[in-house]
Write a protein that binds this ligand. Structure first.
Ligand SMILES: Nc1ncnc2c1ncn2[C@@H]1O[C@H](COP(=O)(O)OP(=O)(O)O)[C@@H](O)[C@H]1O
Ligand SMILES: [Mg+2]
Length: 373
């Protein structure tokens, strides 16, 4: 067993999850420790502006890359320090970085993650793997979702029809078929619209437990208008981001319904949208799986889970906690596992999921011991 660190910050931009895992082989993996480093308020604010700003300057983008890189390096160093580990104890770090813009269907397609990995390698002294999505995109894929291969390695059970659902800013499903086939794609909004609405109306970063949404009533007319987005009907492979499911998207789709409804009713409707988007993808192509494992911060939204369970009456809905990995750590572990794959010359993407021409060894490796000092 060797130690790997995964560093992940998703589209919620809440902060960095640093996870230490001991990995022996593909399926032989144990989570050792987890450290969450929230973004400093000013950086979170600047990132939120940058993601929405279509005319971002190179100066701002470059500075953000450096600032986020320092935060990622600190998240890793703090975790190592806390566990009493030095660079020699860790085989590699896998850093997802922070997505600035994801445009897999752009002309030309690209996906851009910031968080300067050279700073991570320099500050920690550990071999650092980064820029995971780019190779898949170069090979004609969506570059996402990438956690599916890990979900399959860790959570698939032969003979069982299962799915893993990650509810981050965006939600994605990994379907684990009884015969071993794996499918996966992004469903649509996870927490991103929920966070936006509660921030705007209640000044809170998220609706804890879905408590506020629970006080509202779902609005079928608003829900139908939001579900009209063709993304929900598009066949896979597909991936999306907060560039698409943005506050602007909500304003355009919801129109005057957003202002002449009670704000809590809108929140309840957005919960329903997230639950429906996930349940509809799980019902594609035929019947939903027997068993669903939920991960991501959305797993802590009890009301959302309740609505998801209601939308999937034949399915057992549980958290990945039940199978040994706490919900908020799964995506971080996935990047530790992806670093393990790359450093062992093994591919990390699933062409059936991303649509790439073939399996590829992902990312680039920055040696940790680069200097003479
Ligand atoms: N107790 C909670 N109740 C409701 N939502 C929560 C709770 N804890 C976390 N979340 C949600 O989870 C999000 C973070 O999830 P995460 O998996 O880190 O997403 P991402 O991968 O996009 O960063 C928060 O923005 C929030 O919406
Ligand atoms: Mg997060």
């Amino acid at each position: 067993m060797k130690h790997y660190v995964g560093l992940m910050s998703g589209t919620s931009r809440d902060g960095i999850d640093a996870v230490l895992a001991a990995i022996g082989d593909d399926r032989d993996l144990r989570v050792v420790a987890h450290h969450h480093r929230p973004y400093p308020a000013e950086l979170a604010h600047d990132l939120a502006r940058a993601v929405e700003d279509r005319t971002l300057s190179v100066q701002t983008a470059g500075a953000l890359d450096a600032r986020v890189g320092e935060q990622f390096a600190r998240a890793a160093s703090e975790l190592m320090q806390r566990e009493g580990l030095s660079a020699a104890d860790i085989r590699g770090i896998g850093s997802h970085g922070q997505t600035l813009h994801h445009a897999p269907r752009g002309e030309p397609p690209f996906s851009w993650q910031i968080g300067d990995p050279f700073r991570i390698a320099e500050r920690t002294g550990v071999d650092t793997v980064a820029m995971f999505r780019q190779r898949d995109i170069a090979a004609g894929g969506e570059g996402a979702p990438l956690a599916c291969a890990f979900h399959a390695a860790r959570f698939a059970r032969p003979g069982h029809d299962r799915a893993v659902v990650n509810i981050g800013g965006i939600s994605n499903v990994t379907r684990l078929e009884p015969q071993g086939e794996v499918a996966g794609h992004d469903c649509g909004p996870g927490n991103t619209l929920l966070d936006h609405w509660v921030r705007q109306h209640r000044g809170q970063p998220y609706d804890a437990g879905g408590g506020w949404a629970r006080t509202g009533r779902r609005d079928p007319e608003l829900l139908a208008a939001l579900l009209e987005d063709p993304y929900f009907r598009r066949p896979p492979p597909k991936s999306t981001g907060p560039e698409h499911f943005s506050p602007r998207w909500l304003a355009e789709r919801g129109g005057t319904m957003l202002t002449n409804r009670d704000a809590a009713d809108v929140q309840a409707t957005l919960v329903e949208l997230t639950a429906r988007a996930i349940a509809d993808e799980l019902a594609r192509p035929g019947t939903p799986p027997e068993d669903v494992l939920i991960c991501g911060g959305g797993a802590r939204n009890d009301f959302l889970l309740k609505r998801l369970a209601a939308a999937l009456p034949e399915t057992r809905v549980r958290l990945t906690d039940d199978e040994g990995i706490p919900a908020e750590q799964v995506e971080g572990v996935a990047f530790a596992w992806l670093a393990f794959r790359t450093l062992n010359q093994r591919p990390g993407n699933l062409p059936a999921v991303t649509g790439a021409r073939g399996a590829r060894i992902l990312g680039c490796v920055i040696p940790g011991s680069g200097g003479n000092d």
